[in-house]
Ligand binder design. Structure first.
Ligand SMILES: Cc1cc2nc3c(=O)[nH]c(=O)nc-3n(C[C@H](O)[C@H](O)[C@H](O)COP(=O)(O)OP(=O)(O)OC[C@H]3O[C@@H](n4cnc5c(N)ncnc54)[C@H](O)[C@@H]3O)c2cc1C
Length: 822
């Protein structure tokens, strides 16, 4: 009898089959995979997927998932037939903007260790002789990309998992999830109950339906996507055979939202150029006998939607003029609000997991991570962009999911700037200062629904007043997008006078109850049992010592804490912990409250006269807070500063917000107060070396690697999550470090994800970057080998060009903390 948990996997597509393989490889052999369709061709998206695998992605996690899929599928075969044909990938540019973007992408590849090079037109034509080179300007060639034979890989994975004890049952539809006491106990099917300790839904675009069975909202939208296969292409005759299928690289023509692969002597063409076509599950064709051409996930081809792309295809690949479209279909798969997959355990029903909205490309990587989560409690690849709990509540609403998922379909191959905000929906969440900010000409970007001022046009006249050493240099076209030199004014005024920052968009969580202190103490690296009025910067770690989050915890009462957090993942973490205690309540209070950061050398002159609280240096020390009134508005003032200047984060409830803004704004006029936006904020925080979780560090990094060892205080407290890992011998001996760099030419601003070369070899990548207005040069933080001494020269690759930079000791501004502690 097996001693491992009984796992039921719903869905035997590429994700479910991979998961069964990964679980059984780890010794969990009591695995039953159920599919409503026949096996191995179930009729899901995998059954018809053409299987192009392009590995390079803006997200490191997604690239690593893809690379693992390549590595794994290369080693799979079915009766001698391949599961991965490494023909290479070629992405071509027909516009200068795309060509530049391919250089940017080559940088991502270099940062992730994926070999790729930007090649000229002749080389593109040599690699893909069917292409008319006169249309293109160049391409990105990635030799390790290729074709996954997804349906065959499913067969190989089923066989391997079965050989280790897994059971696959086709034609078995899951109709419900059995549960007791908040835990899954099995699944109900049309053939009876299958008991389980853990259920993982890998149901692809059916995922919402399965989630509903446990009251879990799964934010995905099934969309149709067109794929055609031509008749015989004379130029391909004799090149391939049925087994090899393809020798030319897989090809992307992203300027026309198209991709191509060979099918023996035919060409397959996929198009994202058509209108988004949402699919309701009720519309799926009834298919009793699934075959390669008849599947519930295949809708009839709508020829008109493809007509322009057929013309475009014939321009790029003139050989297509000698053939016709032979077959076509509108295939269905999942899209999500941000394009990422959905992985995680239900917040309400323990043991119910999902792994959905996953491409073939990322399937093995996602499955491995889910298996690691289940077996080891932790994925070696960090998953914050994949967690199903990353969304705010409004982002789970049907309308939001429908609109943003369709937008992702439309933009799938677009060149997207890292700061580019959504065009819609906007104004979902506005702070109470919004009207005042609008009057000041705020230029808003969007973050998790919040409208966040990036800079204020009202400050434009001050650009002329900037002292010469504060005048920002001109930027190149890419780094100048979504940016304004006005940010320099706002940084300058923060460092020399005083500025008001809207901090409302940061997540605030109230943790209350008799067990609140003990719960927070157990979850974090700092000592929580401090006096009322204390504020602690602390880390939440996982058991292996990886950084799950960084938190600012204010003790407002004996049993009342306000946690400054990074977003919904922290809420999920705290809620789960509270559910285990039974005497703690956790509430997201972000929407009902607001916050203004008042920072700068004149901050005390601005705020102190408005309150009876003692805001002197001694009266309210750094990392202390006080509940008081400012200009008659009840507030909590915390003496903190993410920008490295004297000042306070001043919190109040939303109803008082505008009043608070007005009171502070009026009082600040004689002092030269400005409203300042995120652009200045980001610059100032990097000058101070303050890390941003998610960008600078994640669960993949230890506090010591991230330069946050100071926040780990094992000697001051008892047990906490991650204690054993961070106190283990050698835990502080690091081989890589988050490293501060300054850019030598004083003007080249990079934006993040760029590769960094040491001694000419790729050695790491940029996490966060900004122009440091105080120091008059750009700053970049990067993961690099540990021990690079200040002064070490490095090179950042920016759109294929070298940008020389130098390792610097940090922080770059005010290492003595004299500006804050005054
Ligand atoms: C036209 C087209 C082209 C594509 N091209 C590519 C490509 O080139 N590269 C790439 O990486 N990706 C591509 N994709 C995407 C890719 O096919 C999918 O993302 C992937 O196959 C999803 O795998 P899956 O295992 O999650 O889902 P599926 O393969 O759909 O598997 C889910 C399974 O769950 C089963 N199921 C659902 N509900 C139940 C239930 N209640 N009870 C029991 N079983 C249930 C279904 O029968 C199904 O077999 C393409 C998709 C389409 C439509």
């Amino acid at each position: 009898m097996s001693t491992t948990p009984r796992v039921v996997v719903i869905g035997a597509g590429i994700v479910g089959a991979n998961l069964a393989d990964e679980l059984t490889a780890r010794g969990w052999t009591d695995v039953t995979v159920l599919d409503q369709g026949p096996l191995p061709l179930t009729g899901g998206s995998t059954s018809h997927a053409p299987g192009l695998v392009f590995q390079t992605n803006a997200s490191k996690t997604m690239s690593e998932f893809a690379s693992y899929t390549v590595e794994k599928f290369l080693a799979l075969e079915v009766d001698g037939a391949w599961c991965f044909n490494q023909v290479g990938g070629l992405e071509v540019a027909t516009t200068p903007e795309r060509l530049a973007d391919l250089h940017r992408k080559q940088g991502w590849a270099a940062a992730r260790g994926i070999p790729a090079e930007v090649v000229d037109v002749d080389e593109c034509a040599r690699r893909h002789p069917l292409m008319d080179p006169s249309w293109i300007l160049g391409g990105l060639h990635t030799p390790t990309d290729g074709l996954a034979k997804a349906a065959r890989a499913v067969t190989a994975l089923i066989r391997r998992a079965e050989s280790r004890g897994a059971v696959f049952r086709g034609s078995t539809r899951v109709t419900g999830v059995a549960q007791q006491g908040g835990r899954v106990t099995g699944v109900e099917t049309d053939h009876g109950l299958v008991p389980a300790d853990i259920v993982v839904s890998c149901a692809g675009f059916w995922g919402r339906e399965l989630g509903e069975m446990v009251g879990m909202r799964v934010p995905l939208l099934p969309l149709a996507h067109q794929y055609v296969v031509t008749g015989q292409v004379p130029d391909l005759v004799g090149r391939n055979d049925e087994l090899v299928e393809a020798r030319l690289p897989i090809l992307r023509h992203q300027d026309q939202d198209l991709y191509y692969r060979e099918h023996h002597d035919r060409i397959g063409i996929g198009s994202y150029a058509h209108r988004p076509m949402p699919v309701s599950l009720a519309e799926l064709p009834e298919v009793s006998d699934v075959s390669e051409s008849r599947q519930p996930s295949m809708l009839p081809f709508t020829e008109d939607d493809f007509a322009p792309q057929w013309e475009e295809s014939r321009l790029l690949l003139p050989s297509l003029n000698d053939t016709k479209i032979d077959t076509g279909f509108n295939g269905i798969f999942s899209f999500t609000p941000d394009g990422g997959p959905l992985v995680g355990e239900s917040a309400d029903v323990a043991g119910f997991w999902i792994a959905e909205a996953v491409w073939v490309t990322h399937s093995a990587g996602v499955a491995r991570s889910v298996a690691q989560l289940l077996v080891d409690g932790r994925s070696e690849i960090e998953l914050h962009g994949c967690s199903v709990h990353r969304f705010e509540e409004f982002q789970l609403a049907d309308d939001y999911v429908a609109e943003t998922s369709q937008q992702n379909f439309v933009e799938i191959y677009d060149v997207v700037h890292p700061l580019q905000p959504k065009l819609s929906p906007r104004d979902v969440r506005t702070s109470p200062f919004h009207a005042r900010q609008t009057e000041l000409g705020a230029v808003f970007l969007e973050a998790r629904g919040w409208e966040r001022p990036q800079w204020y046009e009202a400050n434009a006249p001050l650009v002329a007043e900037l002292p010469p050493e504060w005048q920002p240099p001109a930027r190149d076209a890419w780094s100048a997008r979504f940016h304004s030199p006005i940010a320099a004014v706002e940084a300058w005024r923060t460092r020399t006078a005083v500025a008001m920052y809207d901090m409302t968009s940061l997540t605030r969580i109230e943790v209350a109850g008799p067990g609140a202190c003990a719960m927070l103490d157990r979850l974090t690296t700092g000592k929580m049992d401090k006096s009322v009025g204390s504020v602690t910067y602390t880390l939440a770690l996982d058991e292996a010592g990886g950084i799950r989050s960084d938190l600012t915890v204010a003790r407002l009462g004996a049993e009342l804490f306000q946690v400054g957090a990074n977003g919904p993942l922290d809420l999920d973490l705290l809620r789960r912990a509270a559910a285990r205690t039974g005497d703690v309540t956790v509430r997201d209070v972000s929407g009902g409250t607001c916050c203004i950061g008042v920072w700068g050398p004149l901050a005390r002159d601005l705020v102190a006269p408005l309150t009876s609280a003692d805001l002197s240096h001694e009266g309210l020390k750094f990392f202390r807070c006080v509940q008081t009134e400012i200009g008659g508005v009840p507030v909590t003032a915390m003496r903190l500063s993410y920008v490295g200047e004297l000042g306070w984060e001043i919190y109040t409830t939303a109803g008082y917000g505008q009043r608070l803004w007005d009171v502070l704004w009026r009082a600040g006029q004689p002092l030269g107060v400005v409203a300042a936006g995120r652009a200045a904020f980001n610059s100032l925080r990097l000058e101070k070396g303050y890390r941003s979780w998610g960008a600078d560090m994640t669960t993949e990094h230890s506090p010591y690697e991230a330069g946050l060892g100071f926040a780990v205080r094992p000697s001051t407290k008892g047990d906490f999550v991650g204690r054993d890992a961070v106190t283990a011998p050698g835990a502080q001996d690091v081989t890589r470090s988050l490293t501060c760099l300054t850019v030598d030419d004083g003007r080249s601003v990079v934006l993040g994800h760029e590769p960094v070369l040491v001694d000419g070899e790729p050695a790491g990548y940029v996490t966060s970057a900004a122009f440091g207005h105080t120091i008059g040069r750009p700053i970049a933080y990067a993961w690099l080998p540990a021990g690079l001494a200040p002064g070490t020269p490095v090179e950042i690759r920016w759109f294929g060009h070298p940008v020389r930079a130098t390792v610097a000791s940090e922080p770059l501004v005010d290492p003595e903390m004299a500006r804050i502690r005054r």
